[in-house]
Design a protein around this ligand. Structure first.
Ligand code: SF4
Length: 374
């Protein structure tokens, strides 16, 4: 489509949408985007508030017929685009372009209800292990989320009309470092996260956040479907977000995640209590460095704490391997706990083998900090 036609299409869109008007800056941006796509060039646009950037890039890109990934800085921006801007725009463009335009939203696994975890909750024995240490309020939230699973089509936390506590949501979801993957999960054919990925592979426009795009890069391009164009909204944040996704991080939060997964399976208090103590000690030895760089090789206290954590988690992995359960639901829990524990071991190993070309620093707060390697 020529630049003049793009501006004309943009005018039709702004004439139709409520509270929009033709703006010169937006026209200039749309022409520049169209030109960049037609000539296979990168483009950086800096435009002030009120320019109408979203339409300025979406209209020419959708009109180009290319497969597009739009990467927003935050999940909130991702939800806003998906809930408001995009559906209205696509309705108009489908009419003007006389073709269908498909789109979808893709988030990290922990944003979706996990069908396998919900199935496990149906077993009174497994539910007791998961919910034993939780308050009545959290139990009530989990019950509401289980009911919602029968109504929702997406299982996406962003589609809830209320905000569950972090604790309740964690009980019905899994992170990517815990999920064993579709090949090894009996609930994969009903998995919300897998459905979102499948839908993304069929879409002309996929909305992700930059953290997901960073993971896509870290996974050598295996996470997202093939695409012709990527747009980074709020691109000035790109460097920070991408370096977060490709760096390694280990802190008491991740160790506590392993403890929670272990406690849902085994009641070997000496193991989990020992790990809890190490998580606390590890946090304590990072505290003097919060917000600062740490020299490599690590100061002896940090190096020793990392080795202690590794040995204890290795012990946990052995304990999980030794469980001989006939219960399929328990087996899945064991598998997820092993995944989680092994990822922490990988992170510790990456820290212990960090070289001079890498940078170590401590992020977070005094109460909960993490050692990061980039
Ligand atoms: S693949 Fe299974 S464990 Fe992973 S998110 Fe889906 S349902 Fe949950």
């Amino acid at each position: 489509m020529r630049e003049r036609e793009v501006v004309e299409l943009l005018r039709k869109v702004t004439d139709t949408l409520p509270n929009t008007e033709e703006r010169q800056g937006q026209n200039d941006m749309a022409m520049a985007v169209s030109n960049a796509v037609n000539t296979n060039r990168h483009l950086i646009v800096q435009a002030g508030t009120g320019t109408g950037k979203t339409l300025g890039y979406l209209v020419p890109l959708i009109a180009s017929g290319k497969r597009i990934v739009v990467s927003t800085y935050t999940k909130a921006l991702q939800d806003q685009l998906a809930a408001h801007d995009l559906p209205q725009l696509i309705t108009i463009l489908e009419r003007e372009l006389d073709r269908t335009v498909t789109w979808s939203v893709l988030k990290g696994r922990n944003n979706y209800l996990c069908r396998q975890r919900l199935d496990e909750m149906e077993s009174p024995k497994q539910a007791k292990l998961d919910l034993d240490d939780t308050s009545a309020a959290v139990k009530a939230e989990v019950r509401k989320l289980i009911e919602w699973a029968d109504e929702t089509e997406t299982g996406d936390q962003g589609d809830l009309t209320w905000s569950p506590s972090e604790k309740a949501w964690r009980l019905v979801s899994v992170g990517s470092d815990e999920c064993p993957g579709a090949q090894r999960c009996p609930a994969a054919d009903r998995c919300f996260s897998e459905q979102a990925r499948a839908s993304a592979t069929l879409s002309d426009v996929v909305i992700v956040n930059t953290f997901i795009y960073g993971l896509h890069i870290a996974m050598n391009g295996e996470l997202l479907p093939e695409h012709d164009v990527v747009v980074f909204d709020e691109a000035h944040q790109l460097e920070d977000v991408i370096s977060n996704t490709v760096s390694t991080s280990i802190g008491s939060g991740r160790i506590n995640g392993v403890i929670t997964a272990l406690r849902a399976i085994i009641r070997e208090d000496s193991l989990t209590n020992g790990l809890q103590l190490l998580a606390h000690d590890f946090n304590a030895c990072l505290v003097p460095y919060v917000g600062k760089r740490v020299d490599l090789p690590f100061p002896p206290a940090i190096g020793a704490a990392l080795v202690d954590v590794r040995l204890k988690i290795d012990q946990a992995v052995q304990a999980l391997r030794a469980i001989d359960s006939k219960d399929d639901k328990a087996k899945q829990k064991i598998l997820r706990a092993q995944m989680l524990a092994n990822r922490v071991i990988d992170a510790v190993d990456m820290c212990l083998t960090a070289g001079k070309s890498q940078v170590a620093f401590v992020s977070g707060t005094v109460e909960r900090c993490s050692l990061e390697i980039a």
